[in-house]
Every structure is written in structure tokens, then in C-alpha cells.
Design a protein around this ligand. Sequence first.
Ligand SMILES: [Ca+2]
Ligand SMILES: [Ca+2]
Ligand SMILES: [Ca+2]
Length: 274
Amino acid sequence: MNPKAIVFLKFLSLSLILSCGSCKKVQTVNQKPTNASVPCQIDSEFAVSEAKEDGFFKAHKSKSPIEIDGCSKDAIWSSADWYAMNYLWMGDKVDPTDYHGRFKLAWDNQYLYILVEVIDQTLSPTLVNGIDNYWKGDYVEVFIDEDKSGGNHKFNHQAFAYHVSTEGHAIDKNTLEKTVFFDDHIEVARSQEGNTHIWEMSIKLFDNQFNENSTTNTPVKISAQKSIGFSIAYGDNDGNNIREHFIGSKKTHGNNNDDGYINSDVFGSILFVE
Ligand SMILES: [Ca+2]
Ligand SMILES: [Ca+2]
Ligand SMILES: [Ca+2]
């Protein structure tokens, strides 16, 4: 059999295995109805993800709103590039069966969209040991600094470090130094096939005027050529109630690679393009 036919058959079998009908959907927030007959568009095993030492990424505009269902069938996801999130920030060297991560970016005027694909042999519920352990994983951490100002954001909202939990919460500290949910900021849906986990999210951007005591905060409209501070990482907990690995999208992230939740100077960035 010629090599092209082999590649096609591999792709066909992968497509069948990963069809939406077999997609094990888990812990979906604000789940919308999905059409189970539409196959998921999952990249083949041959796709290469691009690592960016400086954490600078480009996001392309989606022509239509992305359906957040944890199933990457939206048109923009088949054309967007994979970026790597494999810079080891904490923990010992990690085996690719223990953790391997990559992500895609997209946007429209209302949302930043992120598709995260993580291989993790053990998925631990983020909040199983209580909310105080929210940073120990498993979770996806999304760092956003809307105006790219940099600076301290630990207990203010000039930037955010959203800990997106397996339960679908977006967790950060508030101005009273309490751990709270900012669930209105991020919609997330997850799906799982074997040890491969998809986290699909839409994220509203809030500027430094965000008031946690108000219900009328207006998200910032996104437009082409806008740039924001951004990094993304995965906290891997394989059942030991510790963050065994912390792996991110940028080579370094401050002191001990653990400054992101305090200091937005260390973030990389996204440039929004058409
Ligand atoms: Ca793992
Ligand atoms: Ca800021
Ligand atoms: Ca894990």
C-alpha cells in the first residue's frame, strides 16, 4: 500500500474513533445542545505544535461564533495552528504520557477563544480537596492582562490569573484576598477520549475598571491589532494533592516560574489579527 493510502487510513480510523458520538463529555458548564452526527475535527497525530520561547502568539478572527461544547468541530479550529504549552515551570522532567499540552487561539469582537488539548494519564478533580487547594490542579491557568500594563495583580483586577477548574469554575483572588469564582468571565466545556482531554473556552476580557461588587461590568470589545498580556499553563496533579508539574506556554515566568499569579510583567502576549 502506498504511504498516502496508509496516512489516509490512519486519519480515517482516528476520525472514527474520535467522532462526537464516542466523545465522553464531562462536567460541561452552560452546555448547549450539540449535533451528535457532526464528527469532531481532531488534528491528526502528525500535526506539529509551535513553541514560542517569548510567549508571543497570534490569534485569528473567527467568522462565526464558536460553540463551546468541548468538541473542536468549529471551522476556525481546523485552520488555526497548534501552539505548544510544554515549558516546564515546576516539577521534575515530565514524560509525554504523564503530560503533554498544546492549544489554539481565536477571537471575535466578544470573546477570546482557546482550545486546549492535554494528555494527562490521571485527571484529578480540581476542587476535590476543597477550594483552598484550587491551585494544586488539575487545572488550566489562563493569565490575562487586557491593557498589557504589567504590574502586580494579586489582589486587584488590572490583570487576572484564572484557574479554570475541571468543575468548570474560573477561580482567582478578589480584592478582599478571598478565593472566588469569576464564572461569568469564562465559559468552558471539556471532553475526554482516553487520556486526551479537550478544554474549549470562551473568555470575556475585562479592563482595569472591573468592579467585583458590580453586576454591570462591560467586557472590552476585541478588534484587530489589539494586543493583550497572556500566558497559559497546566497544573498537573495525579492524585497526590500536590501540583506535581506546572507547564506553560512561555519559557520563563518570573521567580521560580511562579510569578504569574502575582505579577503580570512576566506574561507573554496575544496579537489579534484578521
Ligand atoms: Ca499527569
Ligand atoms: Ca492591566
Ligand atoms: Ca493530572
